[in-house]
Design a protein around this ligand. Structure first.
Ligand code: CBY
Length: 390
């Protein structure tokens, strides 16, 4: 996380938030990250999404530090209120589909709540009912999304109880009912100690910490820690964003702690961060080649091919090799995201949030839990990009 040299914009916000929350003090790194965030804000101001702006506010505002002036001077909290409104307006005109997604809507509510922004809980709470389709992708509960919503709703609940925001008893009851149900859905998604998959477990642990009065745990905690620590040693968290999302939970912190004065409350441990390059977890690429099958799948139509790539190649390399073979069938476009390249179009057909369409990545018929830039392909595998609706 500390060594990544592509810490731009939102990535930086995620990392800065984590460093501050867990009390890792490194002034020059903080300064560098803060600058990147502020530059990104200026260059992409109008294009920045609700969840991105929320992360910026959480990161810059975390642990009572001097960047709070930037938040105030740039009116970031009222801008976030506008972005939140735009999400809801898109839902009203596009079949209940927000501009981005409910993970970002939850991040936005969380940041508005923590920074005492302007929102009416009576108007907002109904969008967070657990049966809302936006918590589900392909009919499956999105654990990341549910957990982020639990954090946001818990902040709201605490604000109501402390009478920081106006609400009636019905709002408080609904908030409690929704938290209970979302926590139960998160707990039901537990498998071998993981909630959802390895990448949703960090945020789920945070959600479970703040709602521990809603359930009883039975030894899962140890199993979770064990599996997460083992996965770290296997290199599962080599992406800086992945590391940034798991670390707060491992240090017993949650995003609801951002308003605390971390330097005294967390009695910062003097971290001895090694800035040596970590040993690469991916095997060194040997000169040998492997061959895989690759298909583009739209409705009933498959365009398939066999491609040869270097051992150690990722899904994206296969897509590039196929595109080189046959541009008409395999051309594609992508966008950069904190998790690496996101495939936006194939054969000129473009994913669209307002229609809930996307290009799903699969291996041997099973959806992948890593993106195109991370998933290392194996010899003989059947890889597929499938035009899908979530
Ligand atoms: N972040 C966001 O807005 C993303 C929120 C998130 C829930 C996110 C996972 C969770 C997180 N911790 O960040 C999310 N993914 C969403 C919302 C989506 C949808 C994006 C469109 C929209 N409405 O905004 C969508 C289309 C359902 C989606 N994710 C698709 C995919 C696939 C991408 C394929 C492609 N076209 O490139 C893919 C690869 C699943 C597949 N088999 O096709 C996918 N997501 C994965 C694997 C992941 C995980 C990444 C893990 C990794 N190591 O790479 C993920 C962490 C994440 C990012 N998606 Co989505 C979920 C997980 O596995 N736990 C906020 C913003 C400020 O940054």
């Amino acid at each position: 996380m500390v060594n990544s040299n592509y810490n731009k914009g939102i990535q930086s916000a995620n990392i800065l938030l984590t460093l501050r929350l867990v009390g890792i003090q490194n002034q020059s790194l903080e300064k560098q990250l803060t600058q990147q965030i502020q530059e990104d804000m200026k260059s992409r101001e109008s294009k920045i999404s609700s969840g991105e702006l929320a992360l910026v506010i959480l990161a810059l505002g975390a642990c009572k530090n001097l960047d709070e002036t930037f938040i105030r001077d740039a009116h970031l909290v009222s801008k976030l209120g506008e972005k939140f409104k735009a999400e809801i307006e898109n839902m009203e005109t596009h079949n209940d589909n927000p501009l981005t997604n409910y993970y970002q809507l939850s991040l936005a509510l969380l940041a508005l709540c923590l920074s005492n922004g302007n929102y009416s809980i009576t108007n907002v709470i109904r969008y967070f009912a657990p049966e809302n389709k936006n918590y589900y992708f392909d009919g499956q509960f999105s654990v990341d999304t549910g957990a982020m919503a639990v954090l946001a709703l818990t902040c709201v609940k605490r604000s109501i109880e402390k009478e920081k925001i106006e609400a009636d008893i019905k709002d408080l009851n609904k908030t409690n009912v929704y938290i209970t149900s979302l926590v139960n859905k998160t707990l039901s998604a537990e498998n071998d100690g993981l909630f959802g998959n390895i990448y949703s477990t960090g945020i789920s642990m945070q959600a479970l910490y703040v709602s521990s009065n809603y359930y009883e745990l039975n030894g899962t905690c140890q199993e979770t820690l064990h599996t997460v620590l083992h996965s770290i040693s296997q290199g599962a968290f080599h992406l800086p964003i992945a590391a940034a999302q798991i670390l707060p939970a491992l240090m017993g912190k949650t995003y609801l702690d951002v308003n605390k004065d971390c330097s005294s409350a967390c009695s910062p441990v003097k971290f001895n961060i090694s800035t040596d390059e970590p040993v690469s977890a991916t095997p060194t690429i040997s000169p040998s080649n492997i061959s895989v099958n690759y298909s583009v799948h739209i409705d009933e139509v498959f365009n398939s091919t066999k491609v040869t790539v270097r051992k150690g190649s990722v899904f994206l390399d296969v897509m590039k090799a196929a595109q080189k073979q046959n541009k008409a069938a395999f051309r594609f476009t992508m966008e950069d995201s904190p998790w690496g390249p996101y495939i936006t179009s194939v054969q000129g057909i473009t994913a669209n949030n307002s229609d809930r369409t996307y290009w799903q990545l699969l291996s041997n018929g099973e959806p992948l839990s890593q993106g195109a830039g991370s998933y290392v392909v194996k010899n003989g595998e059947y890889l597929e990009v499938r035009w899908s609706k979530y």
